[in-house]
Design a protein around this ligand. Structure first.
Ligand SMILES: Cc1cc2nc3c(=O)[nH]c(=O)nc-3n(C[C@H](O)[C@H](O)[C@H](O)COP(=O)(O)O)c2cc1C
Length: 401
C-alpha cells in the first residue's frame, strides 16, 4: 500500500525539494514504482475496430509516455462485446486483442512510464454512438450511414438509461457469474499484454456502478436491497480480479464518490465501499463522480457546478478516512494545484484528463513550472532526443535577456 502522508502544514514554509512528498516524488505500489504522481486519466478514444487497438492508439498513448507521466492509463476497455460503450471501444474479450495492446504497453514502459488499462462493462449505457456521431443510442441512421447497429443491453434491473434508450434485461444469477468471469479473463489478458496496473471501472453508471446505486438496482435477490446486497457483485468482481491479477501488480478501482441524483448513493456508502475495496486488495481508489443518470438532486457530485479540483475533497476524505491510497481527478489543470494536493496529503496520485489532450507534455512542463529544474537547462528531463536541442535554445534565449 502507498505510504500515506496526512501532513496539512503550509508547504511554502517548510519546502524541501528533496525530502518532501510532492508531485515528482516516486510512488511505490506493491512492486511497481511510479516515477512521479501524475497519471493520464482513462479517456475513451472510440477508435478501435472489433475491440482491437491500432496505430492511432500506439501514437496516442506513446505521446503521454514521452510527455513524462508516471502512469499512462488506457481507456475503458470492454470485457465483452456487449459491454462496449460504442463500436469503437477497445476490448480484451479475445486473445487476438492482446498483441496490439502489448505493443502499446511495451512502448510506454520503454519510455520510463508505467502502463495501466481500465476494464469496463458499460451495462445499460452500452451500444451508443461515438460522441462525435451524437452520443445517443445507436439507431437506424447509424446502421444506414456506418453499418453500426445496436445490441441487447444488460443491467441489474430492467430500467433504461433514458427515454430514448433500449430497456436492458435484468441479469440472471447465472449471467452474473459469467460477467464476473469475463472481468477475470480480461485481467488475465491484460497481464499477458504486459500491463503494470489494472483499473476496474466501478463508476459513471456503467454495469458495476449500476449494481451499487438504488437508482438502477431494484433487485430483490442477494444482489439488491441494502448496502451489503447492492455492493456484493462489484466487490465479488474486484476480489476475483485481485486473485487473478499478479500479487506484485497494483489494482485500482474508479468509483463515483456520489451519484449526484435523487435517491442516489451517499458519500458514507462510498467510504464504506472504499474500506471494503481496501480489504479485498485494491491499492488505489480513483475518485470520480456521477454518471448514473436520472434527475440531478443537488449541486453535489455529477450534477453540480465544477470548479478547479472539484473532486479533490472525495480523494482527500477517502485516503484519510479509509487508509487506502487515492487518485484525484477533475479539472486539475495547474501544476501548483496538483503539487499542493500531494504535498498536503489530499491524494496520492493526480490524474490529468483533458489537459493532457491539450498538452501531452503536461508533466514535463509542470516539472519546470514548479522550479524543479536548473533554469539554465529547463529541459533536462525531456527525452534526450529533443531535450539537448531545447536546452541549447534556452541558453541562447537566456543570453539575449
Ligand atoms: C474524451 C474523454 C474520454 C473519457 N473516457 C473515460 C474512460 O474511458 N473512463 C473513465 O473512467 N473516464 C473517462 N473520462 C473521464 C476522465 O477520465 C476524467 O475523469 C474527466 O475528464 C475529468 O478529468 P479532467 O478534468 O482532467 O479531464 C473521459 C473523459 C474525456 C474528456
Amino acid at each position: 500500500m502507498a505510504k500515506l502522508c496526512v501532513r496539512s502544514c503550509c508547504h511554502t514554509a517548510v519546502f524541501d525539494k528533496d525530502t518532501m512528498t510532492h508531485l515528482f516524488s516516486p510512488l511505490r505500489l506493491r512492486e511497481l514504482t511510479l516515477r512521479n504522481r501524475i497519471a493520464i486519466s482513462p479517456m475513451c478514444t472510440y477508435s478501435a475496430t472489433d475491440g482491437v487497438a491500432n496505430d492511432f492508439h500506439l501514437a496516442h498513448y506513446g505521446r503521454f509516455a514521452l510527455g513524462g507521466a508516471g502512469l499512462v492509463m488506457l481507456e475503458a476497455t470492454a470485457t465483452a462485446p456487449e459491454g462496449r460503450i460504442s463500436h469503437g471501444d477497445l476490448g480484451l474479450w479475445d486473445d487476438a486483442q492482446i498483441e496490439p495492446l502489448a505493443r502499446i504497453a511495451s512502448l510506454v514502459k520503454a519510455q520510463g512510464g508505467a502502463v495501466g488499462i481500465q476494464l469496463c462493462h458499460a451495462g445499460r449505457k452500452a451500444a451508443r454512438q461515438r460522441p462525435w456521431h451524437g452520443n445517443g443510442p445507436l439507431g437506424a441512421e447509424d446502421l444506414a450511414l456506418r453499418g453500426e447497429s445496436g445490441w441487447p443491453l444488460v443491467s441489474p434491473s430492467a430500467i433504461p438509461f433514458g427515454a430514448d434508450y433500449e430497456t436492458p434485461s435484468a441479469l440472471e444469477e447465472t449471467d452474473i457469474s459469467a460477467v464476473m468471469q469475463q472481468f477475470v479473463d480480461a485481467a488475465g489478458r491484460a497481464n499477458a499484454a504486459g500491463f503494470d496496473v489494472v483499473e476496474l471501472h466501478v463508476a459513471h453508471g456503467f454495469l458495476l456502478h449500476s449494481f451499487m446505486s438504488p437508482v438502477t438496482n431494484h433487485r430483490e435477490d442477494a444482489f439488491g436491497g441494502d448496502f451489503q446486497e447492492r455492493h456484493r457483485f462489484p466487490l465479488q468482481v474486484v476480489a476475483a480480479v485481485r486473485q487473478a491479477w499478479p500479487a506484485d501488480h497494483p489494482l485500482f478501482a474508479r468509483v463515483s464518490a456520489l451519484d449526484g441524483v435523487d435517491g442516489g448513493r451517499s458519500f458514507d456508502e462510498t467510504l464504506a465501499f472504499s474500506r471494503e475495496l481496501g480489504r479485498v486488495g485494491v491499492d488505489v481508489i480513483d475518485c470520480s463522480s456521477g454518471g448514473i443518470g436520472g434527475h440531478s438532486a443537488s449541486t453535489a457530485g455529477g450534477g453540480g457546478p465544477r470548479s478547479y479540483g472539484f473532486q479533490l475533497p472525495y480523494a482527500e476524505r477517502i485516503r484519510r478516512e479509509t487508509g487506502v491510497a487515492s487518485m484525484a481527478v477533475g479539472l486539475i489543470t495547474e501544476p501548483e494545484l496538483a503539487d499542493s494536493a500531494i504535498a498536503d496529503g489530499r491524494a496520492d496520485l493526480i490524474a490529468i484528463g483533458r489537459q493532457a489532450l491539450v498538452n501531452p507534455n503536461w508533466p514535463l512542463h509542470a516539472e519546470a513550472a514548479l522550479g524543479r529544474h536548473d533554469p539554465a537547462a529547463p529541459f533536462q528531463n525531456w527525452p534526450e532526443q529533443y531535450g539537448w536541442w531545447l536546452n541549447g535554445r534556452q541558453k541562447i534565449i537566456n543570453a539575449m535577456r
